[in-house]
Design a protein around this ligand. Structure first.
Ligand code: RFL
Ligand code: PHB
Length: 393
């Protein structure tokens, strides 16, 4: 088969890849997306839930805001809970900014529908995906689709293929340093058919570990529990999950409504940053280049921020200005390290370290001290508000 040509070949049809392709189309630049999973799989993946105000604005600007505007739940703040007491941090009061709870699954659904309507080329269930000649100005992507070998000849290849993808791995080790931090805990997440018992997200530090109450709609709740990273989901019956959530989220005079659990899984936590998001004609966006623990709700938002910058840089390139493209990695990573710091801070403040599971241990007392400070200092609350709702750099 003779090669197809496209200005930009995008590997991965997660939120980063689909959004970049859409943003480029908006700028009049064609692209082709190659994804190794099926469209059904991509649409069914349950992940992030919180969009920063800037992410909402960007999606809306690109014509992706119709359902988001109706179904997205705008939240003025969050609750921080510890020592059996719940404290509210009001972002809107503090800095005039908000976040919107709208599942990543819905963002992907909107993107898939938009691309379908526009007739975009997206190869799902591609196998043997490989990238070539990245150090040249004529890179290419090969893959097998529907039993046939395909070649895409492109100006640029974008790695939007997540943490386990092939693009970052194709950068020579001599050109790449990996910065990594692992955590001695994981999140057990559930979806439940029950109205949320809270109007805004609750992040709780409890002696037994972290718990969180989020939501997906007025009828569906999303809840998380800190568990051991080696734990098996088979050890967690629905009854045990609700019991742990009741204990960790409980405060006097409030009840957590329970419902049928429709999904449960355990996700490890990790902080990770690649030292560069650019190599020759290859650019990385989203989880392919960096990962944060989910406590700060920054993974999806970081992917959107990368896309915002790369789309602008590629648009400038096709207008004969390469300055932004030359700075893409540096600019995106500068923002990412601030996000890394915030995510790590939120995570460390709200999770119990194993081996420190007695309430009189130093770490726990110090975390309570930190939460006391954050919930009682207007300065500390502004710091949290500014970072949670999204840094504007
Ligand atoms: P994705 O979503 O992993 O998509 C990558 C895509 O690439 C495909 N792929 C390949 N395609 C072709 N060839 C290959 N060789 C390929 N290898 C992989 C994959 O199949 C997939 O379709 O990365 P992307 O697009 O960068 O998006 C990143 C986000 O998904 C991620 O950062 C967030 O979900 C993180 N996250 C959260 N982020 C937030 O901003 N707010 C949150 O509230 C939030 N909560 C969360 C989260 C992540 C979680 N989990 C499960 C990791 C909560 C959880 C529990
Ligand atoms: C979610 O709703 O899935 C969610 C919300 C906030 C987080 C992480 C996940 O920090």
């Amino acid at each position: 088969m003779s090669p197809e040509t496209t200005p930009v070949a995008i590997i991965g049809a997660g939120p980063a890849g689909l959004l970049l392709s859409w943003a480029l189309r908006d700028a009049g630049i064609n692209s082709i997306v190659v994804e190794n999973r099926s469209q059904e799989y991509v649409l069914a993946r349950i992940r992030a839930g919180v969009l920063e105000q800037g992410s909402v604005e960007y999606l809306t600007r690109l014509g992706l805001g119709d359902r988001l505007k109706v179904e997205g739940m705008e939240h003025d703040g969050i609750y921080l809970q510890y020592g059996g007491e719940r404290h509210r941090v009001d972002f809107n009061d503090l800095i005039g900014r908000t976040v919107t709870v709208y599942g990543q699954q819905q963002v992907v659904k909107d993107l898939v529908a938009a691309h379908e309507g526009a007739g975009s080329t997206i190869y799902y269930e591609a196998t043997d995906v490989a990238v070539h000649d990245l150090e040249s100005a004529t890179p290419s992507v090969t893959f097998v689709y529907d039993g046939e070998q395909h070649t895409l000849a492109a100006d640029f290849v974008v790695g939007a293929d997540g943490f386990h993808g092939i693009c970052r791995a194709s950068i020579p080790a001599s050109a790449l340093t990996l910065f990594d931090r692992s955590y001695p805990f994981a999140w057990l997440g559930i979806l439940a058919d029950v109205a949320p018992s809270t109007d805004e997200l609750i992040y709780a530090l409890h002696e037994d570990g972290f718990a969180m109450h989020s939501m997906r709609s007025p009828e569906v709740s999303r809840l998380y529990l800190q568990v051991d990273p080696g734990d098996d989901i088979a050890n967690w019956s629905d009854e045990r999950i609700w019991q742990a959530l009741q204990t960790r989220l409980g405060v006097a005079g409030w009840t957590l409504a329970e419902g049928a659990i429709t999904d449960k899984s355990i996700t490890p936590m990790r902080s990770f940053v690649a030292s560069t998001l650019a190599h020759g004609s290859l650019f990385l966006v989203g989880d392919a280049g960096h990962i944060v623990p989910p406590t700060g709700a920054k993974g999806l938002n970081s992917a959107i921020s990368d896309v915002t910058q790369l789309a602008e840089a590629l648009t400038a390139h096709y207008k004969n200005d390469d300055a932004l493209l030359g700075r893409y990695s540096e600019t995106a990573l500068a923002r990412q390290w601030r996000v890394q710091q915030f995510s790590r801070w939120m995570t460390d403040m709200l999770h119990r370290s194993p081996g420190d599971l007695q309430s009189d241990r130093f770490d726990y007392r110090s975390q309570v001290g930190q939460l006391d400070y954050v919930t009682h200092s207007a300065f500390a609350q502004r710091m949290l508000a500014e970072q949670y709702t999204g840094l504007r750099l």
